[in-house]
Design a protein around this ligand. Structure first.
Ligand SMILES: C[S@@+](CC[C@H](N)C(=O)[O-])C[C@H]1O[C@@H](n2cnc3c(N)ncnc32)[C@H](O)[C@@H]1O
Length: 269
């Protein structure tokens, strides 16, 4: 992919995350931040960078563990929400607007570099992986939480691509939820790499409630729906609802669904 194509993809993705109301979707992923911080085995007093922090889940979780935390994201409105949340809890966190593919920090600046379902959504995966390693000090840890291709969000993202195909240059974000890809992306920059598969449980009023909540609030599904005509939008909503119905483990009309993700923790050489 040429540099110009990558920049265009990134700009399009940035607009996608700025659309809808990601703060509401973020209600669903709060527990992942604690799982990631514990998997990375944070030590109080350490320096932590939360890459693609969104509304600040991991940054907040690390600050509650008495770490000195910085969070970056390229959507200013999400950073504003993160700042308000930190203020409400009286937590001191530096939130900065920045690109995960070009981090504004010197080499080896942080003890821990974390990203929960964040860096997986960058345009240039290899460059983003290189930046995570670059700003982590030797002996420090890089920790990621990533949706898996086989899990619920993997299926949602495939359904999005089926109805509204992404630019040919875009690579599936859920690659970051596969062991082989993470090994390849980090290469010999890490000395140890561990993987754990986990689930975060979601509850909705009905499969249709899930579909409407996502089409209204979640940038990737909202932007896909905007590109469709009325019939296409109906078919898309039906397919989203069908995924929720298929994954449902209740029979009372509501939805309880377990969404799979992978935690990867690496030690920087
Ligand atoms: C699914 S959200 C996850 C947010 C947060 N980490 C959480 O756990 O809720 C993905 C986030 O990645 C951010 N993002 C994607 N690519 C980025 C990039 N190149 N630079 C900075 N942020 C990026 C988006 O703005 C969005 O906030």
């Amino acid at each position: 992919m040429s540099a110009a194509e990558l920049e265009e993809l990134k700009s399009r993705q940035q607009k996608t995350w700025a659309s809808g109301d990601y703060g509401k979707i973020a209600w669903l992923t709060v527990p992942i931040a604690d799982v990631l911080c514990d998997a990375a085995d944070l030590r109080a007093g350490s320096t932590v960078l939360d890459v693609a922090t969104g509304t600040g889940h991991v940054a907040l979780a690390a600050a509650r563990r008495f770490c000195a935390v910085t969070g970056i994201d390229y959507v200013p409105a999400l950073l504003e929400q993160a700042r308000r949340r930190a203020e409400a809890e009286d937590l001191e966190i530096e939130f900065r607007e920045a690109d995960a593919e070009s981090l504004p920090f010197a080499d080896a600046s942080f003890d821990y570099v974390l990203s929960a379902i964040g860096v997986m959504f960058t345009a240039d995966h290899q460059r983003a992986a290189g930046e995570l390693l670059r700003v982590c000090r030797p002996g420090g840890r890089v920790g990621l939480a990533s949706w898996t291709p086989a899990g619920f969000v993997g299926e949602i993202l495939r359904t999005v691509s089926g109805h509204a195909p992404p630019p040919p240059a875009a690579r599936p974000p859920t690659r970051w939820g596969e062991e082989g890809t993470v090994r390849e992306l980090f290469g010999d920059g890490v000395s140890a790499l561990t993987f754990v598969t986990a689930h975060v449980t979601q509850r909705f009023l009905s499969p249709e409630h899930f579909a409407d909540f996502f089409v209204t609030n979640y940038g990737p599904t909202l932007k896909a729906a905007e590109r469709l005509d009325d019939a296409g939008r109906r078919a898309f909503r039906d397919d989203l609802a069908a995924i929720a119905a298929k994954s449902n483990r209740t029979t009372d009309g509501t939805v309880i669904s377990d969404w799979e993700y992978q935690i990867s923790v690496a030690t920087r050489v």
